[in-house]
Ligand binder design. Structure first.
Ligand SMILES: *Cc1c(COP(=O)(O)O)cnc(C)c1O
Length: 458
């Protein structure tokens, strides 16, 4: 069985130049493991008749490929050319430079997270955000938790545990990722009381459903669908009056909740958080990583006494934010104090407000270069018009005119083959398939070179 003898031993391989270089790069334990695995595979192949000499020659390359595969993180940066700006599966908002710097500083050194530098005593971690949130929303007080789902959970649990939570049948939404309003209510310990109908809910529906056991009236921004046609909902100010008269708090879950009027940036208006506060809701919840453009977080703003109750809820400790996100949120919120420069500094707003002609010019510029890279693989690229979406449930029915590249090839499976090929790149490029082509929406492409480099990588 001389074929087996053609294979080197683990020790011989570790002592070789190749082995030493791999140990330097990946560490002894990982290299030994990869060598053993490849030697086992080679012995099995020899038993099935393969040549030992050929396997021995191929061994270094296989071990090295193995180790490189293991070293590559699954959390690889990708180019989001899907056309969905706030893509939940791609991590939603890209943070502003200032937020990235603040997060890095918070990771690298101790900081006065819960420490009062003036008096030397204990501080509150939420204090770093409370002032900014009140200033930007006009609310009396504010608190912050892990995400908006957590914000809704802790608000309901605080106001309506063991009691009734009243909500319109038109607003019992599922957001996706298993966030269903009725389930969250159950977990919060609240008894769901539905009122009105799917398409129409009137003031009298709420008024007649309020009992001495009503702990909260919940209004939910139906962020990922729109009811059209013969519809009626009770506007927030009217609902606030009904709630106030009954002495029951009104909780308004805004979901995306922008801090600025998006129509100033060429987008359709979404209710702002400040408007929701002015409309009289007692508490308002919204996300940190949707339109706001920061890291994942859930904000609750509103009445001071209710915020104090939420902060005393033991769930608050389980849902609190870490220092990295608090630092990034503080830096993000600070940018909102200078709305004139917000679109330059906040990537989410910059991407959402990019004018279509600018993106179209980018597509025209890039098409021949991308076509040249793809031609040897049998694919072509041409500029095209397309439609972007905000994503994460904001303005679900609206699209934003955009432009991109239409990539085509021979055969009905060309778009799928090309999509798989671009996903396998060291920096994966993600588009969407439509009309027999792979479309790369360029709205979120800040630099032409980023796409060219990604596509040209071996
Ligand atoms: C997105 C959304 C949520 C959940 O927010 P997360 O930040 O994803 O936890 C809850 N309610 C509404 C209305 C939403 O749009």
């Amino acid at each position: 069985m001389s074929d087996f003898r053609a294979l080197p031993s683990v020790d011989q391989l570790l002592q070789s130049d190749m082995g030493r270089a791999l140990v330097e790069a990946h560490g002894r334990q990982a290299v030994t493991g990869a060598l053993r695995a490849q030697l086992d595979a080679a012995r099995r192949a020899i038993r099935e008749g393969a040549s030992g000499a050929a396997l021995a020659a191929a061994l270094p390359a296989r071990v090295s490929a193995d180790l490189e595969g293991q070293a590559r993180s699954g959390l690889r940066p990708v180019l989001n050319l899907t056309g969905t700006v706030l893509h939940t599966n791609l991590g939603r908002a890209i943070l502003a430079e200032a937020a990235i710097e603040a997060a890095c500083a918070a990771m690298a050194a101790p900081l006065a997270l819960e420490f009062d530098l003036d008096g030397g005593g204990r501080g509150q971690r939420d204090d770093h955000l409370r002032g900014l949130l009140c200033e930007l929303t006009g609310a009396e007080d504010a608190t912050v938790v892990n995400n908006n789902a957590a914000a809704v959970l802790i608000a309901l649990n605080t106001l309506a545990s063991g009691r009734e939570a009243l909500v319109s049948r038109g607003e019992l939404i599922e957001i996706g990722g298993a966030f269903r309003m009725p389930d969250i209510m159950a977990r919060a310990g609240a008894r769901l009381v539905e009122t009105g109908t799917t398409n129409r809910t009137h003031p009298r529906d709420y008024e007649s459903a309020i009992t001495s056991d009503t702990g909260v009236i919940l209004k939910v921004h139906t962020s990922n669908y729109r009811i059209e046609g013969f519809t009626a909902e009770v506007a927030a100010p009217d609902l606030a009056r009904i709630a106030c008269k009954a002495g029951v708090p009104l909780l308004n879950d805004l979901g995306s909740g922008s801090l600025v009027d998006l129509s100033a940036y060429g987008l359709r208006r979404e209710p702002t958080v400040a408007e929701a506060v002015a409309e009289g809701a007692d508490l308002i919840t919204f996300s940190g990583d949707k339109l706001l453009g920061g890291p994942q977080a859930g904000f609750i703003v509103g009445r001071r006494d209710l915020i104090a109750q939420i902060n005393r809820n033991p769930l608050k400790r389980a849902l609190r934010l870490d220092k990295i996100r608090i630092a990034a949120l503080e830096a993000t919120l600070r940018l909102y104090r200078d709305p004139d420069r917000l679109a330059d500094r906040l990537p989410t707003l910059r991407h959402l407000s990019r004018p279509q002609p600018e993106i179209a010019a980018q597509a025209t510029r890039l098409a021949p270069q991308v076509a040249a890279i793809l031609a040897p693989h049998g694919f072509d690229a041409a500029p095209c018009e397309c439609a972007s979406q905000i994503g994460s449930g904001a303005l679900p029915v609206d699209t934003i005119p955009s432009a991109g590249l239409r990539l085509t090839g021979d055969g009905g499976d060309a778009p799928d083959r090309l999509a798989a090929r671009l996903r396998a790149l060291p920096r994966p490029v993600l588009g969407h398939i439509e009309g027999g082509a792979l479309i790369l929406d360029l709205r979120c492409l800040d630099r032409d070179e980023a796409l060219l480099e990604a596509l040209a990588a071996p």
